[in-house]
Write a protein that binds this ligand. Structure first.
Ligand code: ADP
Ligand code: MG
Length: 337
């Protein structure tokens, strides 16, 4: 009988990393969230060959101080959380310290960064597959951070082949995700560009750092869509807890309907259907709940979250939605005929 032994550390690291960084979208999501956590007001996602060759996220955030260079790509190393109790008060997107460490195991990771004090000089940091700092090179850099991911999934050949085969679909999925961050991030300019081969770099998406979700929406989907957009502002329990929905009624496919909380899209679809059965709704839901009410630590990508009193929130939502749509009942039924 074969002996039970421990798998070597770097294999374990690679296996686990493939669960944190699943595809192009999760890579971009993690890097953009890091930039948002660093209070960036401008974030550029620059891809080469739709991300197959290069994914670069450039921000103007607070930068990384020298004492963190050595640790930032090590597994479970984070500047955002130090003990379990902090988790209930966490304000940042990240806190698990897994993204950069995983990217090291799956690609070639380089970081260029500078803080307010260091600018206009900065450091270029190169990391090895285990997340150890391999090289520090002085370089010019304004305040902010650039994270460079080269040859994603090179160390997971099957995954890399899949990525190559589905690159257009992966890219489209990543764009949908960026659109969501573009809409929801007030006062942050988000841009995405791609260069294929030697052809010219093309801007795929850009917002202008607007103050409101409505304006971001217009940037992304075109101002033409705005008149059809209806904003529904809900008061949930307290002043700080709210749910804003932006609904564009003229959409006839629901490919964008990737709600973070599926329950919410279900409620929305149900209510909407009773007023307008011809079209599918397009919804942007901006839900703000008190920190003590939810737990995002269910899966690494935080796509599943536990919400305390979920049913109560959903009920409030449903009632408010019915109220909001009531005045449009006749309009919709005329349209439907
Ligand atoms: P987490 O976000 O959970 O802390 P990451 O692996 O994504 O883990 O990042 C590790 C650390 O690297 C962060 O805690 C932060 O200190 C630093 N970091 C990563 N990206 C940036 C960035 N764009 N700007 C400033 N600091 C960053
Ligand atoms: Mg992070």
């Amino acid at each position: 009988m074969a002996t039970v032994k421990a798998i070597d550390k770097s294999s374990v690291h690679r296996i686990c990393s493939g669960q944190v960084i699943v595809d192009l979208s999760t890579t971009i999501k993690e890097l953009v969230e890091n930039s948002l956590d660093a209070q960036a007001t401008s974030i550029e996602v620059r891809l080469k060959n739709h991300g197959l060759e290069l994914i670069e996220v450039i921000d103007n955030g607070i930068g990384i101080p020298g004492q963190n260079y050595e640790f930032l790509a090590l597994k479970h190393h984070t500047s955002k959380l130090s003990c379990f109790e902090d988790l209930t008060a966490i304000e940042s997107f990240g806190f698990r310290g897994e993204a950069l460490s995983s990217l090291c195991a799956l690609s070639k990771l380089t970081v260029i960064t500078s803080t307010e004090e260091q600018a206009p000089s900065g450091r270029k940091l190169e990391y090895d597959a285990n997340g150890r700092l391999a090289k520090t090179i002085p370089t010019a850099r304004e305040r902010g951070t650039t994270v460079i991911v080269q040859r994603l999934f090179e160390s997971l050949p099957v995954r890399q082949k899949e990525f190559k085969r589905n690159v257009k679909r992966e890219f489209a999925k990543a764009l949908t995700l960026l659109q969501a961050y573009g809409i929801i991030s007030e006062d942050v300019k988000i841009t995405c560009t791609n260069q294929t081969g030697r052809s010219e770099r093309i801007t795929i998406l850009t917002t202008s750092g607007n103050k409101s979700i409505r304006e971001n929406f217009a940037n992304i989907f075109g101002a033409k869509q705005l008149p059809q957009v209806m904003a529904i502002d809900f008061q949930l329990n307290t002043e700080s807890e709210r749910l804003t929905m932006v609904d564009a009624i003229e959409r006839d496919d629901n490919s964008q309907m990737e709600a973070v909380i599926q329950v919410i899209s279900k409620v929305f679809n149900e209510v909407y259907k009773t007023y307008n059965s011809n079209q599918l709704p397009f919804v942007v839901a901006d839900i703000r709940l008190a920190k003590s009410r939810y737990d995002v630590n269910v899966s690494p990508d935080k796509r599943t979250i536990f919400v305390h009193d979920e049913k109560k929130i959903v009920d409030v939502m449903k009632n408010q939605l019915i109220k909001a749509f009531e005045p449009f009942r006749s309009t919709f039924s005329v349209n439907n005929n």
